[in-house]
Design a protein around this ligand. Sequence first.
Ligand code: ZEM
Length: 295
Amino acid sequence: SGTQSAKAAAGFTPKLEDYQKVYNTVAELLDEAGDYDDGSYGPVLVRLAWHASGTYDKETNTGGSNYATMRFAPESLHAANNGLAIARGVLEPVKQKYPWISYGDLWTLAGVAAIQEASGPKIPWRAGRIDGFEKDVTPDGRLPDATQGADHLRNIFYRMGFNDQEIVALSGAHALGRCHTDRSGFEGPWTFSPVTFSNQYFALLWNEKWQWRKWNGPKQLEDKKTKSLMMLPTDYVLVTDKSFKKWTKAYADDESVFFKDFSAAFSRLLELGVPTTQWVTQTPWELKTLAEQEE
Ligand code: ZEM
């Protein structure tokens, strides 16, 4: 496995200001998406950060964003990762510009930038992931399958060390982005503003009437009123399962509670499996948004 520290790989000790430069470069390219989806690379970058991290298994202490194994086949080809070559490709010029950063740090920092620039909460973030090798790739099947139910969600997320409240909070990332028929088979966005991070996903889940869509694709729900929004079977269990639904209601009622819980859970997700000795600092950093730096 990788043995190089962030310092050794860089040839110098990168500081917060160096990572802020990387953040800024990512933040500036989010909107250079042109006709791509809803005009932002933000959502697909959040999905990359999540899929790079969500392979963690606490029993074997394998997977997670350390080593950035999605660069290698077969992990890059796992069906769950369909479409993420786009996200990795968007970040490749950033890696060329700052060759000292590891892929794991770059991908997770890009996820942080995407959330924060989309008006989301601050995500405490630390540097120190190192690049691993092909032999470190994780087996297929560690990421959730949207066609399944509450038991499956718990199996997957408990394996990472999360609880029911954190499963619900993390799912709120579906405020962002959309499903693509040529990636997952599902189709459409969860919310009316898929490039803004908000609690709208929970408000819609809680307040709208959802019905099974009649179509040729995999089982998904549509909102009865406009039929323009979607929910996956795994999203819908967040309002049907007794333990999940109290958190869905809490987050629908109060965006600040959602922001606080999401920030804590997402920050932890991005750190799963990274040995504590690797962190460049013990105290996490708060990267500034582009808007904050203009003040
Ligand atoms: Zn997602 N997710 N996800 N997710 N996800 C998709 C898209 C996005 C599940 C899932 O199967 C899918 C989390 C949890 C779970 C994002 C972030 C996070 C898509 C659509 C599917 C099918 C892919 C496509 O077709 O492009 C399931 C079953 C989950 C279990 C709870 C967590 C946790 C996330 C981050 C914290 C994001 C941002 C997208 C939108 C990507 C895009 O390209 O727009």
